[in-house]
Design a binder for this molecule. Structure first.
Ligand SMILES: *[C@@H]1O[C@H](CO)[C@@H](O)[C@H](O)[C@H]1NC(C)=O
Ligand SMILES: *[C@@H]1O[C@H](CO)[C@@H](O)[C@H](O)[C@H]1NC(C)=O
Length: 568
């Protein structure tokens, strides 16, 4: 199966050639063989223009961090619940002294001093004129345009680093990553709700056409009572693409749909120049949806909306910067759950960056944060349905340390939402926790779709929740929206409410969920979804079936069953 017809990443043993600018032998570190489809040259640029580049150094023991993260997240392990401190994480992630000195010596030969932008020192940042970037990296930076959106970016088709430093450098970014503009995982189709006065207790049948908070509470057994341990338990909602969540819309939502929570609010943290303009007529649908689901379902749990801006003109950086910003936050105010309803098609990210992003979220998992991502809205065809000849897994859902949230719909027992992103990663292998599930599913479909998906890849999603006809307030009125964008914040609210009970019982918060969810006790808390499928790429997609499937994962969760499985 190909990644993309034009995308070939150089391997570590690339052609070595003499660097005309210096005495070091340079080696191509990453390259693409041509401008990727969907992008075009957009002219040359001034060599004096400055560019900011991130250099990720080789981390000392990422395998050790992964092993430790599994240990503290596996209920069968004696270390369960003993989440790491940021200092403990840094020991695994910190580059070796040799790596640091070799790379800084190379930079200083070019008169460059790097700034460290991650707590463990694995991420360096330099800002240099294009002429210097070209010389440093044997590159040819130019302007490129994403044809459909018209968005321009500065990239090179290839870059080199000294051959002797290849083992010390994971990637330099932005260089060869041609990533289409980030999508909110849903192309939300908003339909105005013709709604009579809200009723306090929705009749379950009506929940199939309008899923308001009361329906969602009934479907998943969520409590109406407020959480009591707000000081130690916060939900983080990640916001991108210059969307912000609107205070007035949240107030409208609560007044009509959670009158018992009137006055509840969210706080805002801005990184990379993220905006928080409160003009109601410009509020973001995605941002509003995400905040209304967390504030409106997890009563008593504080929500922080983290607005990630475009300082780096590149959403990929934001996905790593948000992690470093959270790691730098004191433990009391760090979220216990982080939900993100944005994602990429995996094939649009170079493997080095996908691995780098996964490593960053692994750090959050290891310190006890449940990291949730919407699985995508294009079925087997990616974040949103795209033209495809092979199935398109999404990122970063394919990272094994993330809980990927797919979509379901209807009154219980729910069926799969047809848009539910699902499939198998081409970058990450099958983690142990789901190995038997993935093997059973693949064997159950025999040779169907052979060649269209990767039989050795991590399977997504892990779970599924409501993803159609979800009622929100936006720009002063009520709408129905759809997408796994709904499902991820709903699950975040549930996890936060479970964490509240755990804290009350003097137990650690859940942290990285998957080893527990796939354990015998964890999987017993799910209602298996066995009908529906996720079409895409001119196929009917995969079918939901008994047991785990790449449409709805383990199924839909239930709050009370989760509590009893956890003994609280
Ligand atoms: C929510 O917080 C914002 C910012 O502090 C404030 O402007 C707004 O009035 C608050 N809303 C409510 C309902 O308290
Ligand atoms: C399939 O997935 C495995 C595991 O991540 C990966 O190593 C391999 O390169 C993938 N195959 C293709 C053709 O992408």
């Amino acid at each position: 199966m190909r990644l993309s017809s034009l995308f070939t990443l150089a391997t570590a043993v690339a052609t070595i050639h003499a660097n005309p600018m210096g005495r070091r032998a340079m080696a191509v570190h990453e390259s693409v063989s041509a401008v990727p489809s969907g992008f075009a040259h957009a002219g040359s640029i001034s060599l004096n223009q400055e560019i900011t580049l991130r250099i990720q150094l080789a981390q000392s023991d990422i395998a050790g961090l992964q092993a430790k993260t599994y240990a503290v997240s596996d209920p069968a392990n004696e270390l369960y619940g003993q989440h790491l401190t940021v200092e403990e994480v840094a020991k695994f992630v910190r580059p070796s002294a040799v790596t640091v000195s070799e790379v800084s010596e190379w930079l200083s030969e070019h008169g460059i001093t790097a700034k460290t932008v991650s707590p463990a020192g694995d991420l360096l940042e330099i800002t240099v004129p294009i002429s210097k970037a070209n010389a440093l990296l044997g590159a040819q930076f130019n302007a490129f345009k994403h044809v459909e959106s018209g968005k321009t970016s500065i990239r090179t088709l290839s870059y080199s680093v000294p051959a002797s430093l290849q083992q010390h450098i994971n990637f330099v970014h932005p260089t060869v990553a041609f990533v289409p503009p980030l999508h909110g995982v849903p192309a939300i189709k908003a339909v105005e709700v013709k709604r009579s006065a809200p009723t306090a207790d929705a009749v379950p049948a009506s929940c199939a056409s309008v899923a308001n908070p009361s329906c969602i509470q009934q479907i998943y057994g969520l409590p109406t009572a407020k959480a009591t341990h707000s000081a130690e338990n916060t939900i983080g909602v990640a916001g991108y693409i210059e969307q912000y969540a609107n205070f007035a819309d949240l107030a409208l939502f609560l007044r009509n749909l959670r009158p018992d929570l009137v006055g509840a609010n969210f706080s805002v943290v801005s990184i990379d120049g993220g905006i928080n303009d409160q003009t109601q007529s410009n509020a973001g649908i995605e941002a509003n949806l995400d905040v209304e689901m967390t504030v409106g379902l997890a009563g008593g749990v504080p929500t922080t909306f983290i607005t990630v801006g475009e300082d780096f003109q590149d959403d990929v950086d934001g996905f790593i910067d948000i992690v470093n910003s959270i790691l730098n936050t004191p433990v009391e105010s760090r979220p216990t759950v982080l939900t993100t309803s944005y994602g990429f098609n995996e094939r649009d990210l170079p493997r080095s960056l996908a691995v780098g992003i996964c490593g960053a979220y692994t750090q959050l998992a290891s310190v006890g944060i449940s990291v949730l991502f919407a699985s995508g809205d294009g079925g087997v065809g990616g974040v949103q349905s795209v033209q495809c000849t092979t199935f398109v897994p999404t990122a970063p859902s394919g990272c094994p340390f993330i809980t990927s949230v797919g979509g379901s719909t209807g009154v219980p027992p729910q069926t799969a939402a047809a848009l539910s992103g699902g499939g198998f990663s081409n970058y990450f292998g099958i983690p142990d926790y789901q190995a038997a599930d993935v093997a059973a599913y693949i064997s159950s479909i025999g040779t169907q779709y052979d060649g269209l998906y990767n039989k050795t890849g991590r399977g997504i999603p892990d779970v599924a929740l409501q993803a159609l006809n979800v009622e929100i307030a936006w720009e002063g009125s009520f709408w129905l929206v759809g997408g796994t964008s709904c499902a991820s914040p709903i699950f975040a609210a549930m996890i936060a409410l479970v964490n509240d009970r755990l804290i009350a019982a003097g137990k650690p918060v859940l942290g990285f969920l998957n080893p527990f969810l796939y354990s015998p006790a964890g999987r017993a808390t799910f209602t298996d979804v066995t009908s529906g499928n996720n079409p895409g790429c001119n196929t009917n997609g995969f079918s939901a079936s008994a047991g785990w499937d790449p449409v709805t994962g383990l199924g839909t969760p239930n709050f009370d069953l989760l509590l009893s499985a956890l003994g609280v």
